[in-house]
Design a protein around this ligand. Sequence first.
Ligand SMILES: [Zn+2]
Length: 203
Amino acid sequence: MAGLTEEQAEFIKKNKISKSALYDAEGKSKEELQKDMKAEGKTVAYNVEPCEEHGHTMSSRSGYCIQCDPASVSSVKKSAVMGLVYIAGSLKGQIITVGFTKSKTIKEEALNRNNTGGYGDWEILFSTQSMDASEIEYFTQNQLQKYSMSQDNEAKELFCCSYSKAKETIEGILEEKDFKVTKISENRAIISYYEFRNLVRKV
Ligand SMILES: [Zn+2]
């Protein structure tokens, strides 16, 4: 891969990022880069402006340094396709989950079939479609971590927070990162039942 440093090539290999996800940003403006990457389904740009912390020159489509934030790698491994970010809630568990799916529709049944978090009464409360869905999921889960049910990785997408808190978080991210979304839908008939307490996890 021309233009990749040895360190970057090593990082790509170690994290099993597909070569087809890479985009050479040499001489491209931020706007050109984002447009091309979306059109071509690329998720990782190299030869970008060096990051402030360590001077790394590889970033996600929205411009964060994937080398400085290894937890972000999973979001760039999901290919840049149209997907849905959703918020679902369980009354039995008094918990909220935020997820991403590539399918055009979300099925509560899938969450319930898998007995996510040990509960089988999940209802989809909110969803929106975006080319940036997997990044939106990543940032949202990241910002909600203080409400996460436990520190263990399996439960890191389950949150002890209200529906409103999760929705505000997504909306904040859309505004801050300027992610474009379509088809916002909200299950207004039931959302008021999902205003659980926001419980900050003790560390
Ligand atoms: Zn960096």
